[in-house]
Design a protein around this ligand. Structure first.
Ligand SMILES: Cc1ncc(COP(=O)(O)O)c(C=O)c1O
Length: 377
């Protein structure tokens, strides 16, 4: 028998030894194959509960026939539409293959081995992964009691080696959001050698009057903002997000990015979604907010104490990592996929994405049954 082919000894970059692969929420087909269940409800990756906006679906269909050609590498139509929508020049906007790829590009462009990225924890693990890939160090600050970033604690972690400080707000997985005044004070105090980033993946779900990173940029704040079409715009499958920052950052990222990293269908769908947003976005966000309240109440009735959330998800502590694992397995057995939050720094917790009303009702029934199923374990 021949030996299994292997990389030569020492071929892998040493920095990668400490990097864990991203653990996504389980795909529906995966669970269906394993359990043979007819109906599977996925509440595991904070996707929007409904299909893309109608104009986006039309644009996707129309673009299908043009896929012989490479996409526009500069994503001009999308950057122009975003520029008009956000009130910032197109040369300050970079679109990416999801915010996830923009996180990697930022880390690739700014972090050398030994440099530092400062962030809160528990939080969105891709920032930690992006720094780790570069051989950079993550300095993590504890969150506030409300599950939002503690901006004073974050400032305390900054050292002369810090290159990036990241604020995820609303924070994934806890759902807490920082206050606008606190954010402005924080930005004034971030040392000049550090690039502050505000990850607003769940911006659309923020209640009125909360922070708007792009408005801060318009009024002169030194800041990079990331946002995505994956959540409230329901385009997670197409992978498209964007960043707003100084023009020299956009130029820098242009040196390291792949030429055609945002496909043409995604670009067309995102442009159409922006045009359709005035008609659909507010209504969808309002429904998620109402449903989040109902799921919150249902979980409380079952004895949990969900964190107050400004996102389209809720985080519940279960008391212990083993209990989280047992409840997760029991929920899966009932056809409900939620997200164990261990990789995000909360090993005893489960994160539940808000789905459609029928899905949420089904989830709460499955949770009640899972509590009974696991009571005697
Ligand atoms: C806080 C946060 N930032 C960024 C992302 C990445 O989004 P995208 O789908 O655009 O890669 C997510 C996705 O879950 C997220 O929760």
């Amino acid at each position: 028998m021949t030996a299994e082919p292997r990389l030569p000894e020492g071929a892998a970059r040493p920095a990668l030894a400490g990097v864990s692969p991203y653990e996504p929420g389980r795909p529906i087909d995966d669970v269906r194959r394993e359990l043979g269940l007819e109906r599977i409800i996925k509440l595991a990756s904070n996707e929007g509960p409904y299909p893309p906006f109608p104009a986006a679906i039309d644009a996707i269909t129309r673009a299908a026939g043009e896929q012989r050609l490479y996409p526009d590498p500069g994503a001009w139509a999308l950057r122009d539409a975003l520029s008009a929508n956000l009130g910032v020049a197109a040369d300050r906007i970079v679109v990416g293959n999801g915010v996830d790829s923009l996180i990697k590009l930022l880390c690739l462009s700014l972090l050398d081995p030994g440099d530092e990225l400062v962030m809160g924890w528990p939080s969105f693990v891709s920032w930690r992964q992006g720094a780790g890939i570069q051989g950079a160090t993550v300095r993590a600050a504890a969150l506030g009691a409300d599950g939002a970033y503690d901006l004073d604690a974050l400032l305390e972690q900054i050292t002369p080696r810090t290159k990036l400080v990241v604020v995820v707000s609303p924070n994934n997985p806890t759902g807490g959001a920082v206050g606008t005044a606190a954010l402005e004070r924080f930005l004034e105090r971030v040392p000049a050698h550090v690039v502050p980033v505000l990850d607003e993946a769940y911006f659309e779900y923020l209640p009125a009057g909360r922070h708007d990173g792009v408005a801060l940029i318009r009024s002169g704040a030194r800041l990079v903002v990331t946002r995505t079409f994956s959540k409230a715009y329901a385009l997670a499958g197409l992978r498209v997000g964007y960043l707003v920052g100084p023009p020299d950052l956009a130029t820098l990222l242009g040196r390291v990015r792949n030429a055609f990293d945002v496909n043409a269908i995604a670009q067309a769908a995102a442009v159409a979604s922006l045009a359709d947003a005035p008609e659909h976005l507010g209504q969808r966000v309002a429904e998620v907010t109402v449903e989040r309240g109902l799921v919150d109440a249902g979980l409380r009735a079952l004895g949990f104490d969900p964190r107050p959330s400004c996102g389209n998800f809720l985080l519940i502590g279960t008391g212990a990592p083993e209990r989280a694992a047992r409840l997760n397995a029991a929920l899966t057995g009932h056809g409900i996929i939620v997200r164990p939050a261990g990789a995000f720094g909360a090993p005893d917790a489960l994160r539940i994405t808000i789905g459609r009303p029928d899905e949420n009702a089904q989830f709460l029934m499955a949770m009640a049954a899972s509590i009974r199923d696991t009571a005697t374990d």
